[in-house]
Design a protein around this ligand. Structure first.
Ligand code: FAD
Length: 461
């Protein structure tokens, strides 16, 4: 059957980071493209992820900036925070961004279908609201993910919790908040709400937060939470939640109880494949419900691909975007390439902030054997006058045999900004000597990245 036997050359399911990029690039090559979005254009990142989250981080930071500005001679009396005012402004910006996504797609010639799409077979989709069926030669699954919650059997009272989706709709800052989870989303929101004046408790089943990150980074973030006034309860899970007169009562696995007003569960995410009809198209999923793909984002069905969070490879916006772009260039642009998932920089917008690229010390030892470690921990210049006691931590992980930089980890103000730039060098294969030969930029915190000369010796500690 020729391509013209189908309604579209490409049908994209999902208008988030990955789907939008793929649809736009494919359409710009002249392909006939449609994209279905069941909620709002822009997906998780724009509507209820990275973008509003970062705005909330900024909102929370202003309180601290105001308090600390006194050390620099400012007196800011009577400062107050209006959550409703902030939310209105934030949502206006989200609306603006969502409209830009919509416009860019249409300008590229993509037909936007504002309803849910589900597979009927490998070339056919049913549009849920209109009931219409459409066919496409190629189909891209870019349906992303959503917060995972335990069932009411697993956690009685789970109906009383909110997830990261609802955080962006909260009308007021709760007086007391319990955050469940130890991943970056849990940690970031614990800081946001502590900064906005809530009494925050973070409950995590592990020994410390941010599993998968370098151990020194994890420790620094754990300490940062405590310094921000967050009560951190580790090696504990929720047994049940009860609603009473005074609010919500959580019974922990330790037997202790916590009273609170709001519970934010950030204990993981799951792929949006439920009800998608993958089985009707024959698309294979793994045990977590993620679409199984190869390096070129191909599923087991030859005309179906999947990119972004739904594949469970690396849940980050720039990764979804690049996977979508690679797919479109390969399948429609005549320029085959695949996303390289190594040395992807990532940040945690905790306070202090984390920026990291490459391997943790433990992972580097596992993969490469002998490695050299360089570490520094200092009070940033800005804090000399403002009463802030927080410090900046930096760590370089270097392969001993050839001095290749395997990992750079920063915990401190502007860590994310520093790491984006350092990631270029690390990705290019820079060695420790390349860092050493780079002239420092003074006065900055980042200059410490190129001035670490002494190898860290465990026995010296
Ligand atoms: P999504 O952006 O989730 O888009 C999928 C879209 O598909 C959604 O709009 C959904 O409505 C739609 N959809 C689903 N099923 C159907 C269907 N059957 N028919 C039609 N439409 C459908 N990443 C970062 O890089 N940096 C960060 O700081 C960061 N912070 C985050 C903070 C939070 C609170 C969260 C939740 C995520 C954060 N992320 C961050 C992750 C980032 O948002 C995701 O990795 C990214 O959005 C994935 O893009 P995607 O295209 O795969 O899916």
């Amino acid at each position: 059957m020729s391509a013209r036997a189908y309604d579209y050359d490409l049908f994209v399911i999902g208008g988030g980071s990955g789907g939008v990029r793929a649809g736009r690039i494919a359409a710009l090559t002249g392909a006939k493209v449609a994209l279905a979005e069941e909620y709002r254009m822009g997906g998780t990142c724009v509507i209820r992820g990275c973008v509003p989250k970062k705005f909330m981080v900024y909102a929370s930071d202003y309180g601290k900036h105001i308090a600390k500005s006194e050390g620099y001679g400012w007196s800011v009396d009577g400062a107050s925070y209006d959550h409703g005012k902030f939310m209105t402004r934030m949502h206006a910006e989200i609306d603006r961004l969502s409209a830009i996504y919509d416009r860019n797609l249409r300008n590229a010639g993509v037909e936007i279908i504002s309803e849910r799409a589900e597979f009927v077979d490998a070339h056919t989709l049913r549009l849920k609201t209109s009931g219409r069926t459409v066919t496409a030669e190629k189909i891209l699954i870019a349906t992303g993910g959503r917060p995972w919650l335990p069932s009411p059997e697993e956690l009685p009272g789970v109906q009383h919790v909110i997830t990261s989706n609802e955080v962006f709709e909260m009308e007021a800052v709760p007086k007391r908040l319990v955050v469940a989870g130890g991943g970056y989303i849990a940690v970031e929101f614990a800081h946001v709400f502590a900064g906005l004046g809530a009494e925050v408790t973070l409950v995590y089943r592990g020994e410390t937060v941010l599993r998968g990150f370098d151990d020194d980074v994890r420790l620094a973030v754990h300490e940062g939470l405590k310094e921000a006034g967050v009560r951190v309860v580790t090696t504990c899970t929720f047994e049940r939640i009860e609603k009473g007169e005074g609010g919500l009562t959580i019974t922990l696995s330790s037997g202790h109880e916590i009273e609170t007003d709001t519970i934010l569960m950030a204990v993981g995410r799951q792929a949006n494949t439920e009800g998608l009809g993958c089985e009707k198209a024959g698309v294979a999923l793994n045990e977590n419900g993620n679409v199984i793909v190869d390096d070129f984002s191909r599923t087991n069905i030859e005309n179906i691909w999947a990119v972004g969070d739904v594949t469970g490879r690396m849940g980050l916006t720039p990764v979804a975007i690049r996977e979508g772009h690679a797919f479109a260039d390969t399948e429609f642009g005549g320029k085959p390439w695949k996303m390289d998932h190594s040395y992807v920089p990532t940040a945690v917008f905790s306070r202090p902030e984390v920026g990291t690229v490459g391997l943790s010390e433990a992972e580097a030892r596992r993969q490469h054997g002998e490695i050299d470690i360089y570490k520094t921990n200092f009070r940033p210049m800005k804090n000399a006058l403002n009463g802030d006691t927080s410090r900046t931590f930096m760590k370089l992980v270097v392969r001993a045999s050839d001095q290749r930089m395997l990992g750079v980890h920063v915990v401190g103000e502007d860590a994310a900004e520093m790491i984006q730039t350092a990631a270029i060098a690390v990705k290019m294969g820079a060695t420790k000597q390349d860092f050493d030969q780079t002239c420092a930029l003074h006065p900055s915190s980042a200059e410490e990245l190129v001035t670490m000369r002494t190898k860290w010796q465990p026995e010296a500690i």
